[in-house]
Design a protein around this ligand. Structure first.
Ligand code: GRF
Length: 221
């Protein structure tokens, strides 16, 4: 019997994506053991969710470190010590130092609320609306040194409704994020999605286009 994938989650905020991961595990859709939830914010809702679920938590205060790299090296040392095999960034609102994260390339995922490569960084919903886009969405990508720039492995799309505002668009996208992230992580846990020689692999072949979330889960485009 293969053992469950050991996952650490990094989150700075409310933690609804963490909740979705925990729920997927609860339903038997994700063969994972959550070994750590870490945050740069002591007040993060994600930490409270983790505590309630009996998952070890960690808070590192960036102000206690001389610079970004020192903080990130301390963080990754703790993540390694947790035994994590995969790190999931679920609303972790910090830029990571490229050198510090290098050992984790191919073993770290991020969820981003846009159809990457569109709208890296912040205010993605507003920017999609201002651009007059007809379609918005969310992406899960492997994390590399380039901010929101690593290979995208899965996406969910959402038609933009005429006249809707930023808040409503964000609100409508969130439930899709909550399906997209667990489904992507489940593929990694099942050994179907991974990383080889700098490339994402799906079912033994390099993944060209991101997997698309449909009514029955993730599938090739
Ligand atoms: C999500 O929109 C995610 O895509 C982005 O940050 C937000 C986190 O929300 N990276 P939550 O803390 O998971 O509720």
């Amino acid at each position: 019997m293969p053992s469950p994938l050991r996952i650490a989650v990094l989150a700075s905020g409310r933690g609804s994506n963490l909740a979705a991961l925990l729920a997927a595990r609860g339903r038997g859709e994700l063969d994972a053991q959550f070994v750590l939830v870490a945050s740069d914010k002591a007040t993060a809702g994600a930490l409270r969710l983790a505590e309630a679920a009996g998952i070890p938590t960690l808070v590192l205060d960036p102000k206690a470190y001389p610079d970004r790299r020192a903080f990130d090296l301390a963080l990754f040392a703790q993540l390694a010590a947790s035994g994590a095999e995969l790190i999931v960034l679920a609303g972790f609102m910090r830029i990571l130092d490229g050198e510090a994260l290098a050992p984790w390339v191919g073993r770290m995922l991020n969820i981003h609320p846009s159809l990457l490569p569109k709208y890296r960084g912040l205010h993605t919903h507003r920017r999609a609306l201002e651009a007059g886009d007809l379609v918005h969405g969310a992406s899960v990508h492997f994390v590399t040194a380039e901010l929101d720039g690593g290979p995208v492995v899965a996406q969910a799309t959402l038609p933009i409704e005429p006249g809707e505002d930023e808040q409503r668009l964000a609100q409508r996208l969130l439930p899709l994020e909550h399906r997209l992230l667990p489904a992507t992580v489940a593929l990694i846990a099942a050994g179907r999605l991974g990383w080889r020689d700098g490339l994402p692999m799906f079912d033994g072949a390099p993944l060209g286009e991101p997997l698309q979330l449909g009514p029955h889960g993730l599938a090739l485009a």
